[in-house]
Design a protein around this ligand. Structure first.
Ligand code: SF4
Ligand code: SF4
Length: 445
């Protein structure tokens, strides 16, 4: 695709990347078949190819984008299914990130939209604020039906009861057990640590059990993905810099084997820090060092022979839901499935594994109607497998699916921890269901 950006704009590093992405697209349209919004809406403007064309026109024109272009950019999930499908290797991820930042800088949204986006960007990365908001949301939940669509979506997604914080989510050093194998940093995260603290707890237990010291760095926090996908570049870069500084400090103290991320949406962003700061001489080297160390939890665990000698005798059948950020963003599809099978679980995959569940960061709040349609589609596919439990590698997907699914939803690492000696995953405790009941009885004996 031809693109004519002014020479001044082309000199900016973001434009150079975007220009290359646009030029790489050969209009073949293969990506349309796997794009969730094209699947739902059937509109070329809501397809990857259509969006690339609109973004190209937006950059060529410069300045204020049209409301129509903003609508189609906003409807993109950033699921990156198109990246997995594209035979030409179009770098759609950086293109849509750049488009969102351009929209944020140049387009004045209606005030309710502005306020909501600002609120999400402030509250979600801040654990204390997010916890407070969820407490208020739990009180307001019974009145959700009476509220506007986006507020209703937020209230519905908020858990009825907030889990207690877990020490594994706080700054600390968790010592290795048995033979020492190495030292890792854990990104304890922001929203995940509040919504599902059991994920960090299971990760710390599992890595300690197989011989790793686990460090949660005091100055690290939100990876920046949430503001990044809202186009709020300066905020996301500030958060990323805090993490880079904190983790390089940990790496300088003693040898560090990996920075482990348990939310694949965050992992995709941390792995991209190197590209994010490539043109910044003050940060490029350290950012690249952090990205090189970043590993999804399943990616790192699959390198070890883990002794799955834990209690579960009657392991439930697991429907594995592959988060888009893991399969399309990081190219990791088989590792979690192989690990679960090695742990003794029967694993089944839903139809349309490549299609997003509609979570996509803050998408399920900002685009509730489309997100709800994708969630129903995904839940139906998961339930049709006949499995006992759903496993996913991203807390966003877990929250999105748990709202509608009759099946319990857990993180993959909770099952792996259970199978290697940890407790029954929280979502399986007290569940009815043949396999889970048999297991609960076996665990009590
Ligand atoms: S990122 Fe997902 S929603 Fe956006 S254009 Fe690509 S496939 Fe479609
Ligand atoms: S598959 Fe790739 S090259 Fe083909 S239209 Fe889509 S983005 Fe362009």
């Amino acid at each position: 695709m031809q693109i004519n950006i002014s020479p001044a704009s082309r000199a900016q590093p973001e434009f150079a990347v975007s220009e290359k992405s646009v030029r790489t697209c050969v209009h073949c349209g293969f990506c349309l078949a796997t794009c969730p919004t094209y699947l739902l809406l059937g509109d070329e403007l809501d397809s990857p190819r259509g969006r690339i064309y609109q973004i190209k026109e937006m950059f060529e024109a410069g300045g204020v984008p049209s409301a129509e272009t903003v609508k189609h950019v906003d409807r993109c999930l950033s699921c990156l299914a198109c990246v997995s499908t594209c035979p030409s290797g179009v770098d759609y991820m950086h293109l849509i990130d750049h488009a969102r930042a351009h929209v944020e800088q140049n387009f004045v949204r209606a005030w309710p939209d502005r306020v909501l986006r600002k609120l999400l960007a402030i509250v979600l990365p801040n654990k204390a604020l997010f916890r407070r908001l969820l407490r208020v949301a739990a009180l307001a939940r019974p009145f959700a039906r009476l509220t506007p669509a986006r507020l209703r979506a937020m209230l519905t997604l908020a858990p009825a009861r907030l889990p207690a914080p877990d020490p594994a989510g706080e700054a600390n050093v968790f010592p290795a057990q048995g033979e020492y194998k190495g030292r890792i940093v854990l990104l304890a995260g922001c929203a995940q640590a509040v919504l599902a603290p059991q994920i960090n707890a299971a990760t710390v237990r599992l890595f300690n059990r197989i011989g790793f010291e686990v460090v949660v760095a005091a100055a690290a926090g939100c990876c920046g993905a949430l503001p990044h996908h809202l186009g709020k570049t300066s905020q996301s870069h500030a958060l990323a810099k805090a993490n880079i500084e904190a983790w390089c400090g940990v790496a300088n103290e003693a040898p560090l084997d990996a920075i482990v991320v348990t939310a694949s949406g965050c992992g995709t962003t941390v792995k991209d820090y190197g590209a994010m700061f490539a043109a910044d001489p003050d940060w490029a080297d350290r950012a690249a060092r952090v990205s090189a160390l970043a590993r999804d939890v399943s990616e790192l665990l699959s390198e070890f022979d883990i002794a799955f000698t834990g209690r579960p005798q009657h392991r439930p059948v697991v429907a594995y839901q592959s988060a888009c950020s893991l399969q399309h963003g990081q190219g990791i599809l088989k590792a979690p499935i192989s690990l679960l099978r090695a742990a003794g679980f029967t694993v089944v995959e839903p139809a349309e594994q490549h299609i997003c569940c509609g979570s996509a960061g803050t998408y399920n709040v900002l685009q509730p109607a489309l997100a709800a349609r994708l969630r129903m589609r995904k839940v139906a596919a998961l339930e049709a497998t006949g499995a006992d439990v759903v496993a996913s590698g991203n807390v966003g997907c877990m929250t999105q699916l748990a709202g509608d699914s009759a099946l319990p939803v857990v993180h993959t690492v909770e099952l792996l921890d259970w199978a290697s000696g940890g407790p029954v995953p929280v979502a399986l405790q007290g569940r009815t269901g043949a396999t889970v009941d048999r297991q609960a009885r076996a665990d009590q004996t």
